[in-house]
Unconditional design. Sequence first.
Lengths: 314, 262
Amino acid sequence: MWAAALAVAVLLALPAVLSGYAVTIFILIFFYAFLAQAWNVVGGYAGQLSAGHAAFVGVGGYTAALLFERGVTPWIGMFAGGALAAVLGAIIGYLGFRFGLRGFYFVLLTVAFAEICRILASNVEAVGGAVGLYITFTGNPRQFQFQDQRAYYYIALALMLLATGVTALIERRRFGIYLTAIREDETACEALGVDVLKYKLLAMIVSSFLAGLGGTFYAFQNFSLQPGAVFGIPLSVEIVIRPIIGGAGTLLGPILGSFILTPLGEVSRSYFGQSGLHGAHLIVYGVLLVAVVLFLPQGAYPYLRKLLSRRNIA
Amino acid sequence: MTEPATSSNRPPTFRREQALLLEVHNLSKRFGGLQAVKDLTFTVGEGEIVALIGPNGAGKTTAFALISGFLAPDSGTVRFAGRDLRGLKPHEINALGLARTFQIMRPFPRLTVVRNVMIATLGRHRDTREAERRARAVLDEIGLGAKAELPAGVLTLAERKRLELARALGTEPRLLLLDEVMSGLTDAETERIVELVRALNRRGIAILLIEHVMRAVMSLAQRIVVLNYGERIAEGRPEAVANDPRVIEAYLGDEEVTRAPA
């Protein structure tokens, strides 16, 4: 508890000493940790491997951007986007869970869903088509726009803490305890009186709502939305890989995963990118993923915790 | 116990002196060309111990799946405490007070033993602390209290059987369906489970058990239902059933079968 409070205090104070570039890296760390934590609810705790979470980010971002064009502030559009993402999450979840799609089949369903979203967004001119949406910069905080990158830093940090707080609450309640059992054996859960369909759906709704909130942040930090970027498989991979590396189904796993992967991704992206090797950061991800699967199958966080507790005993 | 209003489709074995908890009537289930359960009818009274026996493949486990809602019957009805279970999902049937164990045990291997039982107790106790207290009480009763903090995956076979029982018990059932909770155990372990089942029954929990360990069946069951090829071929008190020629034939095969060329 004290460690958590201390960490938050440090993160709050950090922008005072960080360079502009470091601030943008931290924004990405927090933002991806937030999305990873959102995924963690359904993918980590409940064990339902959604590989299409980018779609919820995209739906949330597009909703807020389109509402903004019609004069609605993104501070409201954000929740409208989250709500729409949650509705879609509920529909996809219902389709998948009601008809018993597990493992790879659920992965395929979620990928297909995100791809359909991407193709729709690319071809419907009313939402910008293949060009996407561009947001005029006003610099007005009431319109979720800031001159100072440090504002985005604090918003991204708040989002990460929000998702982690929600996950911590879920983890302690009946809901969260049920999810960890659903991940292990759904049939046994049913025999013990657990309404598996209901709890998996709830997890999906919470998760897609949070991811949908993130869409607004994405849109109003980049001032643009491209179908390929927000609905595409690469973003879904970015979301999934952090909790897997850090420890899926643990509270701090997604955050640790983001602290490891985001700087690594950024550094390798700019390093290899300069020499014309675009996408080389994916090779780094791949190598790391293989290493984690081989040596730390539970992820980095459970391993770290074991190390620390062993040292405390000694 | 008040009797259900629809008394016209009563199973023929209905005995008026005992309130009925479970009424299985003309239950049938076919898998492709295999008639797994055929016109099965039997009852379990309030507080009774009934054993369901029969050779391998006789349809006992299928009958359990049909009663607990994991399979939908092709025809026939299951009533529990006067209520038709048709269309209810397994978790809804469990909430009514009918709990089952699995022949192939299904612990949550990465959860601790106490968490395993909490999944059961949380159904009736939403508060996690109360659910944990109840789970520990059940574990103490079952004799797994000392293992509460271990992940269930490391338990021995005998311990996993007891965990399966503890979890079913954690849902606070009125009727417990036990699917071979004694097979594969040593005599001493079996004896302990028999004592445990008897103690649960004394507390008013009715028991329906599938069991191959005949010594346990003979000492526990007040009534035995014998299945063969999905059909009930005998029913009655243990001694009567054990001496029934049809039962002996079902287990040992009839003359034609034993004479058939290899």
